[in-house]
Structure formats: C-alpha cells, structure tokens
Design a binder for this molecule. Structure first.
Ligand code: HEC
Length: 120
C-alpha cells in the first residue's frame, strides 16, 4: 500500500473505532421490563455524572467495580448517598430530584447492571 492510502486507511479505522466506542455509551436498549423505570430515573438523575451505563465519567465513580457491589456497599449506603450526598460531600444530596420509590428503582437498576456485568 502507498503511504497515503495507509494514512487514509488508519484514519478511517480511527474514526470507526471512535464511532463504535461512542455507540457503546448509549443507554442500553435491552433492559428487561422490571428495570426500565429504574433506568429512566437513573439516567435522568445520576447518568450525567455516573454514566448512563454506570461506567462513571472520570469525576464520578463507576458502579461496575467491586467497591460498589452489594457486599461492600449496601443498598442502604446507596440510599443514604442519594439522600445526603457522599461522605466527602463532593456529590451533593439528590434528595429533591427523586421520590422514595424512585430511589428503590434506581438501586434495583444498579444491582441489575452489576449482575449483568458479572460483578455479583
Ligand atoms: C453532579 C454529579 C453527580 C450526580 C448527579 C450524582 N452523583 Fe453520585 N457521585 C458523584 C461524585 C463526584 C462522587 C464521588 C464523591 C466522593 O468521592 O465523595 C459520587 C459518589 C457516589 C457514590 C459513592 C459514595 C461513596 O461513599 O463512595 C454513590 C453510591 C453514588 N454517587 C450514587 C449516585 C446515585 C444513585 C445518583 C443518582 C440518584 C448520583 N450518585 C448522582 C457525582 C454525582
């Protein structure tokens, strides 16, 4: 292959990879019915910082790590973080944005995706 052709090839490859990785960050579309309300609420309230698919965004942690699986971080701790913010207060309380039942749906969704990811 000529140098120019190679360059074009690798540029298109890079664009393709970028496009694919951007796609993988779209909210999952195959979430079973019982978790759909949780997903919608999670995306509305938490997704902007923690990522629509729980992978974090740099500043806010991913939930798909051992630290946040249920043995190390209980449902009650998640509930508490949503209501009162994180211990360091870097994450502000989200209490005004969600009802009690929405909090439960969000927790169900987080546990579901953790399980799907093979964490628990
Ligand atoms: C404005 C951004 C933002 C939003 C919105 C947000 N978080 Fe956070 N969250 C953070 C940051 C940043 C941290 C890390 C804070 C820290 O280390 O103290 C965090 C930490 C956490 C933690 C871990 C706390 C700990 O003690 O380790 C949990 C659990 C959590 N968030 C759940 C949620 C849930 C559930 C929602 C939606 C209801 C949500 N967050 C919405 C930014 C956000």
């Amino acid at each position: 292959m000529k140098k120019n052709t190679m360059k074009k090839f690798f540029t298109s490859l890079a664009v393709l990879i970028l496009a694919l990785s951007a796609c993988s960050e779209k909210p999952l579309s195959n979430v079973p019915e019982p978790y759909m309300t949780g997903q919608k609420t999670y995306i509305r309230v938490c997704g902007i910082c923690h990522g629509d698919n729980l992978k974090g965004n740099g500043a806010a942690p991913s939930f798909l790590i051992e630290t946040y699986q249920s043995e190390s971080f209980s449902d009650q701790q998640i509930r508490n973080t949503i209501i009162n913010g994180s211990k360091s207060k870097v994450m502000r309380p989200q209490r005004g944005k969600v009802s009690d039942s929405e909090i439960e749906e969000i927790i169900k969704y987080i546990r579901f995706l953790q399980k799907e990811s093979g964490l628990m």
